[in-house]
Structures are given as structure tokens and as C-alpha cells.
Design a protein around this ligand. Structure first.
Ligand SMILES: [Zn+2]
Length: 242
């Protein structure tokens, strides 16, 4: 049979925009594609928009799960914090500048600069350790108040939170121990991003799975969480080179 041309259109289902491609295929094939979670439905020419909508509607939970796993996976990039590099702190770019350490090594902000006090012979691993330490301190300064206020909103109690470098996730939650891990890289993003990851993990203390109830709670507590997630994942974290 001769292959008819592909026809492209867009339809909206449950707030999701779906790119529909009619082409010479036998079955409907729905996919959610990284990095931005675009949704595509390839289907035979004969399928109507109404039928396509029904098909998509029956797979909304699946679409959400796919989007979440794309959002959770964080592709690596490189970073070494050499002088002149831009290092972000709470979403604001700071120029990395090094000075000789008088006594101890350290990192601090000075206007638009992130200053690293280094000893002679220090290389990229010391620079990375200083920036990591700086971000960790910033996160510990900001997070406790956020946790406290969200504990009373969501009605859960976080036993412990920790920060670490994670290659593939922004956060994770040990539900039994009520312990939340957050990616150290969140200190480089706007505080709204930290908050959206925190709320996501805290909602897992109420609902373990990424199901309709989970997303219903997210919509209730943080109506713009999708937007925040998109911003967060628009630029994945660098992975430090040691
Ligand atoms: Zn989750």
C-alpha cells in the first residue's frame, strides 16, 4: 500500500499538549520524549481526534509517570570552578575569583563574585570542595524554615534532611525513616526550585507512588509545581570534574 504523507496536528487533553502525527502505521503509539517531556502520538490516518483524545485520556497517569521519570533524571555536565567561570548561587550568577588563603581555605560572596581562598598548589578538587561546602552551608541556612512551614501545611514530619551530590535525581525520600535527600546543586537554583523538590519529597510521606493522588496533592499544595520543574530541568546540574 502506498504510504500517504504524514499529517501533523496538536490536540489538548487534560492540560497536556499532544503532537499528533497521522501516518502509515497500524497502531496508536504514544510516547513522552526527553528532555522536555514532549508528548507525541503516532497513529493511522483513519483515527479521529475524538478517538485519539479517548486513547490519551486513558493514559494520563502513564504520561505523568513518564514525565516524572524524565524530570527526575538529570544528565551530567562538567564544571571545575576556574577563575572567570560563572557559579550560580540561588539562581544568580557569580564570577569565580580566587585569592590566597591567609589561614584556612574558604569560600564567600563578595558583590557579584564568589571568592575562593586557596592555598598554593590547590587545584580543581579544592575549588570544587570549597564551592560544595559553600552551597551546603547556604542550603542548611535556608532549608529548616521551609521544612517547618511545609510540615504544618502537609501535616507530616521530616525526621532528617541531608544534601549530597546526585547525578540523576534532584531529591529522594526514605519514607520509612522520613529522611529526605536533596541534590546539593539546588543551592545554585532559585529557592523556588528547592521548595518544589522539597514539597515533592514531602508529599511522598503521604503518598508513596507517583499516582493521581500524589499529583492531586502537588496541585493542591503547589499549583505551579510543573512550571517550577520545567525551569529546574531546563538546565541540568553540572557534574564536577575531580
Ligand atoms: Zn517522586
Amino acid at each position: 500500500m502506498a504510504n500517504r504523507r504524514e499529517r501533523h496536528s496538536k490536540i489538548q487533553v487534560a492540560g497536556f499538549e499532544v503532537n499528533v502525527v497521522r501516518k502509515g502505521v497500524k497502531n496508536l503509539n504514544l510516547s513522552v520524549r526527553p528532555p522536555d517531556g514532549r508528548i507525541r502520538l503516532a497513529m493511522p490516518h483513519r483515527v479521529t481526534n475524538t478517538e485519539a483524545r479517548e486513547f490519551i485520556s486513558s493514559r494520563i497517569d502513564w504520561i505523568r509517570r513518564q514525565r516524572q521519570s524524565i524530570a527526575d533524571s538529570v544528565p551530567p555536565r562538567m564544571h571545575s570552578y576556574t577563575d572567570g567561570d560563572i557559579a550560580r548561587v540561588w539562581g544568580v550568577g557569580h564570577t569565580v575569583r580566587s585569592v590566597p588563603a591567609i589561614n584556612r581555605r574558604g569560600a564567600f560572596r563578595d558583590g557579584g563574585d564568589l571568592v575562593l581562598a586557596l592555598r598554593s598548589g590547590d587545584g580543581s578538587s579544592q575549588r570544587i570542595a570549597l564551592v560544595d561546602g559553600f552551597l551546603r552551608k547556604e542550603l542548611h541556612r535556608v532549608l529548616p524554615d521551609l521544612v517547618t512551614s511545609w510540615e504544618s501545611v502537609i501535616g507530616v514530619n521530616v525526621a532528617e534532611f541531608r544534601f549530597r551530590k546526585m547525578r540523576t535525581r534532584w531529591g529522594s525520600c526514605n519514607i520509612e525513616r522520613r529522611r529526605i535527600w536533596l541534590n546539593l546543586e539546588l543551592g545554585t537554583r532559585a529557592v523556588e526550585s528547592l521548595e518544589s523538590v522539597l514539597v515533592h519529597e514531602m508529599v511522598h510521606l503521604v503518598e508513596r507512588r507517583h499516582n493521581a493522588r500524589f499529583y492531586g496533592l502537588m496541585d493542591q499544595y503547589l499549583p505551579d509545581w510543573r512550571h517550577r520543574r520545567t525551569l529546574l530541568n531546563a538546565s541540568p546540574p553540572p557534574v564536577s570534574v575531580t
